[in-house]
Design a protein around this ligand. Structure first.
Ligand code: ASP
Length: 450
């Protein structure tokens, strides 16, 4: 059987839900349907989850919430009405949305999670009601009943291993189970959500739990592109990828699929396919453990991300100082800062960090600690760095990829702040000046594609 997940824009309106029903009915194996909260219907629209956050914030400050409650309830009401469902469904929804505020207790660490999860929870109920209305044998199932147990980390939960066994009990279900994505329950019975965009994670863990033959993730694009359409006009669609290639690409800003969603499917060896609700006949992008063919592409994609900074520590005879890097990393650990890369030379070590982790104050503290405890000859910080990742399993079977790519960047006068290639030869990472990101992605893309 198959697990199928629909993202926010696929379940945002009655028109979209009709497509969803047609897709589910098209294949009798599609037995587990995971849904997001209604997303945007057009670019200026608001996601229900964002409305729920706004509602939470107002409720926390004891401000007027009536119009927000109405706005959220209306999102479901208008869909139900257009689908010809009984209005009583939505009256119950409105009072559920209202009741969130009644039990508001600021000291409760799970209170925000209850607001957040309401978007998915009501949508799954609405979609199950719609499926039944259309004569489909389907029902809503709560993640607790399904067996999704999670860690007690509010709005950042992780799955507990024992969930998989619990979920397997459902693998033979005759009915279609409509599952709200994005949350599970702690062992103490508290509702707890995954991080934002976490319905992808639910889909992946359900697929692993019920041992599905495939996890189909339906979104609003045809699949994963070899580069972002922001920089490349009509980039090539990637037909197949390995889990590891996908990780390398998502690391540097490919946002189609949640970062944490790949692991459960990967561990259970379940292929994941990314497909388009608005174009379901397109084959999409298949993510598997390995390639069916012998000769994988040298490069499958070029990813990039901005917002990095580099801290370069220079010290004469650094290579002779035992424990030097440990002391630098100790400072990062104490300040709770993670790093992405650490290129080094004989007398230098650089740290590439995500700037979003640093406030100006924290940056000052970090530099002061390095100055005092490491005593460098020079300490240099550079902001606004972009990271470009060139990814492909086939790299290790070809020579000259680094030469070709750095030559392409040199032709565009792009200075390389850092190059790094892991020993597994699946990716080459370049750090460059942020202003040149677009140019760099374009020059690399046209070197290896088209
Ligand atoms: N609705 C949640 C969010 O917007 C989860 C999801 O859609 O995956 O983050």
């Amino acid at each position: 059987m198959k697990v199928i997940k629909f993202g926010g824009s696929s379940v945002a309106s009655a028109e979209q839900l009709k497509k969803v029903l047609a897709i589910v009915q098209d294949d009798a194996k599609r037995r587990f349907v995971v849904v997001s909260a209604p997303g945007k219907r057009h670019s200026e629209d608001k996601k229900v989850t964002d409305l729920l956050i706004a509602y939470y914030e107002k409720a926390a400050k004891n401000q007027e919430t009536t119009s927000l409650i109405e706005e959220i309830a209306e999102r479901y009401g208008s869909i139900a009405q257009e689908l010809g469902l009984d209005v009583s469904v939505c009256e119950a929804f409105a009072s559920e949305i209202k009741s969130l505020q009644k039990d508001f207790d600021e000291s409760d660490p799970y209170i925000l999670d209850r607001f957040l999860a309401t978007g998915e929870n009501l949508n799954a109920q609405l979609i199950a009601a719609y499926f039944q209305h259309e004569g489909v044998k389907a029902r809503y199932i709560n993640p607790k009943e399904l067996g999704i147990l999670v860690t007690d980390e509010p709005h950042n939960a992780r799955i507990l291993e024992e969930s998989y066994e619990k979920m397997y009990q459902w693998h033979n279900t005759e009915e279609i189970l409509v599952i709200p994505g994005f949350f599970g329950y702690t062992k103490e019975g508290q509702l707890c959500t995954f991080s934002r965009g976490g319905s992808d994670i639910t889909g992946s863990i359900v697929a692993a739990g019920v041992k599905a033959e495939i996890y189909e993730n339906f979104t609003d694009v045809d699949g994963i592109f070899a580069a972002t359409p922001k920089y490349i006009h009509e980039p090539a669609l990637i037909e197949q990828l390995t889990y590891r290639e996908m990780r390398e690409l998502s690391y540097a800003g490919f946002t189609v699929f949640h970062d944490e969603a790949l692991m459960p499917s990967f561990k259970a060896k379940i292929p994941v396919v990314i497909k388009n609700t608005n174009n379901p006949t397109c084959t999409g992008t298949m993510i598997k453990e390995s390639y069916d063919r012998e000769n994988p592409n040298r490069v499958v994609g070029v990813a990039s991300d901005s917002g990095f900074c580099s801290i370069t520590i220079n010290k004469y005879l650094l290579n002779r100082e035992v424990g030097f890097v440990r002391r630098v990393l100790q400072i990062l650990e104490e300040l709770n800062i993670s790093f992405e890369h650490m290129p080094s030379g004989i007398d230098t070590v650089s740290l590439i960090l995500r700037e979003s982790q640093l406030t100006p104050e924290l940056e000052k503290v970090l530099l002061k600690e390095i100055e005092e405890r490491i005593c460098p000859d020079e300490l240099e910080v550079e902001h606004d760095i972009s990271v470009i990742a060139l990814v492909g399993e086939g790299m290790k079977f070809h020579t000259g990829i680094t030469a070709e790519s750095s030559a392409a960047l040199a032709r565009k006068n792009i200075n390389l702040r850092m190059i790094s290639q892991g020993a597994d030869e699946r990716s080459i990472i370049f750090a460059i000046c942020g202003k040149q990101e677009r140019l760099a992605v374009r020059s690399l893309y046209y070197t290896f594609f088209d």
